[in-house]
Design a binder for this molecule. Structure first.
Ligand SMILES: C[S@@+](CC[C@H](N)C(=O)[O-])C[C@H]1O[C@@H](n2cnc3c(N)ncnc32)[C@H](O)[C@@H]1O
Length: 195
């Protein structure tokens, strides 16, 4: 287990939720959401962050959240495509269907201003998403990690987000900028390169 030093946390602000954290980040820039499901956060990003481009990366083969149940997995892609049809036609939203790390690898290096990571939560997958994101983020960009928690106590799954995130910060000299509270402690953390 890798531990963070003071330099990784000394500028970190605790905020009430992920929307408060995301609202502190630049507007009108290139954003990737890695792990989209129905596009609920994507819609919020479009309305509140006015991205120049929003790239939605997912396998798009997942049932909806059980409490919503808007689609079954075979209709996941079509649901999201319909939801953003006008922004897709307008050249603002792009759907990229496939494994997150493979899809990220297709972009030019230093392409994105913000990458929001919320796809597979096991350690190996988060490491791969972070390794690709490190290449694809601009030097002054932000990586946001969803579900910064060791264990999903609602579903009974171990998550690798905490160790993968901490290792990334220590290995690449990144710091925590915002720690966003979530009522069930599925917190988000916003990371940036230490300057
Ligand atoms: C928790 S949901 C995303 C929720 C969304 N970010 C939001 O806040 O509304 C996780 C999504 O990641 C996708 N996913 C899981 N592993 C993936 C992988 N390796 N590559 C691409 N997508 C993946 C699932 O299909 C699912 O749609």
């Amino acid at each position: 287990m890798v531990f963070l030093s003071k330099k990784h946390t000394q500028n970190c602000k605790f905020v009430h939720g992920r929307s408060e954290a995301l609202l502190q980040l630049p507007k009108k820039c290139r954003i990737a959401e890695v792990g989209v499901l129905a596009g609920d956060l994507s819609e919020w990003i479009l309305k509140n962050m006015d991205p120049s481009e929003l790239h939605l990366i997912d396998v798009f083969y997942c049932d909806d959240f059980p409490d919503h149940n808007r689609f079954k997995k075979k209709d996941n892609y079509r649901f999201v495509e319909n939801r953003f049809v006008s922004s897709i036609k307008g050249g603002k939203v792009f759907l990229r269907k496939g494994k997150s790390w493979d899809m990220l690898a297709n972009y030019d290096d230093e392409y994105f201003d913000i990458i929001y990571i919320d796809a597979a939560h096991d350690y190996d997958s988060v490491k791969k998403d972070l390794a690709q994101s490190h290449k694809k983020i601009k030097p002054d960009g932000y990586i946001v990690m969803n579900d910064y928690i060791f264990y999903d106590h609602l579903a009974g799954f171990k998550y690798g987000v905490v160790p993968a995130t901490n290792e990334f910060c220590v290995e690449h000299n990144w710091e925590f900028l915002y720690f966003a509270y979530h009522p069930n402690l599925f917190c988000d953390v916003v990371l940036r390169k230490i300057t």
